[in-house]
Write a protein that binds this ligand. Sequence first.
Ligand code: GLN
Length: 557
Amino acid sequence: MSAKYIFVTGGVVSSLGKGLAAASIGCLLESRGLKVNLMKFDPYLNVDPGTMSPFQHGEVFVTDDGAETDLDLGHYERFTHAKLSKDNNWTTGRLYEQIILKERRGDYLGKTVQVIPHVTNEIKAAMKKVGQDVDIALVEIGGTIGDIESLPFIEAIRQMRQELGREHTLFVHVTLVPFIAAAGELKTKPTQHSVKELLSVGIQPDILLCRTDRFIPKEMKQKIALFCNVEDPAVITAMDVASIYEVPLGFAKEGVDNLALKYLHINARDRDMAKWEELVHRVYNPKDEVHIGIVGKYVEYEDSYKSLKEALVHGALAHNLKLVVNWVEAEGLESGDQTVQSQLEANDGILVPGGFGKRGIEGMLKAIRYARENNVPYFGICLGMQTACIEFARNVCGLTGANSSEFDQSTPHRVIYKLRELRGVEELGGTMRLGAWTCKIEPDTLAYRIYQTPEISERHRHRYEFNREYEETMTAAGLRISGSSPDGTYVEMVELPNHPHFIGCQFHPEFKSKPLEPHPLFQSFVGASYEHGHTRREQRKAATVEMFHRPEHVTRH
Ligand code: GLN
């Protein structure tokens, strides 16, 4: 069976949410009983985003097979059941790497290797691979129409239409219809220009998803339809919404799925979005708030922690709570204890996420100490687990100067080190422990109570790990190793049994959390944080009441 294809392109400006749009269409099509897969082409020349700065590129999303991918793949997994791998994200760099390798091997038999057909053929082959065994493959083309570097991808999708025909291919173009305050009206011209640009490379869009901050009136839709040569109902209002999980419902209201199925000649069952509707209802009707402090290095750029933030949202939704994140710049905590207390006390729970490099580490250690000593729920992810171990080694075990060899090569106590360094693989981008690894959970631990199973599989992205030479000293002082790789080599989870909720994991559970299937670690951490905050607020209230009702207070004046 060969899939039908929906190609998603973007015009006018970047950041219009093509990834979310593709994910939301995928979500709707699944609700109609169809099997979908999604993929993204990134036109840049890096082989993958693994070595790109999180400030520039945002989060690196990791799949089960250890591919370091674009963060849009996170949306795809959160909104659909598609199983993503390295096949689902291609960059120009990786395509060319493959082609040049073939050329050097002599696979092209002396022919001149060219963008058309050789590069476009590789692109089409990648699309066809993702289309195996599904009804519909959604293909997102990164970048904005008109970019030089996305041309080979646009040419490839044009050829796909030519090869497979209209009933098997659909072009969705995401565009912008801005409201110009000075004129007091929405403007259609950027969309017209963007479609004209698409036409110049041989693509007539079928559906226009018009991003806007207000509803587009019928007459304006008709005008866009006329100028852009699409049917009236194919001009869709894609309104700004407060929660990304509302996007599929907005598309449903506009009939995007009906339209796609009509154009692709697919008969499918009726849409059932009941679970998403219930979810969105919970998003907008929380019973209370929970305040989580994320102490990290890249906090000024939220996209660096995309999946993390979403996983916390899922954890909060599971308790019917609204998540409030306080982004705390780790470096800012380094100046004095007063600052730590004042910057952190408003939080019900504290989380140190993944990260690389030395900057902000001492601040993270202060935050962890604060959480440990004040019984504030703590959740350390990857770097956050490593720093929790360093903090415990220094301040509980008295191992002065304990550190990770990532931050201090000459530390007297390498509690975190690079075990695989001993195995002699050393090349940037090639030494990470990546992707899904099995972890065994110790019975009678917080980790076990959370997962309720002795074996789990989680995704990794790290170079350094806990040094078992310190296991005895640290466990004797009260640290519990609650998860390890099956052969015992790697420490995967640690916790403090004497603390209400202090847990760290070497893996990244945020990559596997979905709004309808919140990850147990996040659900548990957010629940414990809320409880902690709630108890604290109650205690404070009681203290205030007591103060004002003390007899001497009343009688003194
Ligand atoms: N820098 C640490 C390591 O390489 C942690 C990585 C992470 O948090 N993803 O092991």
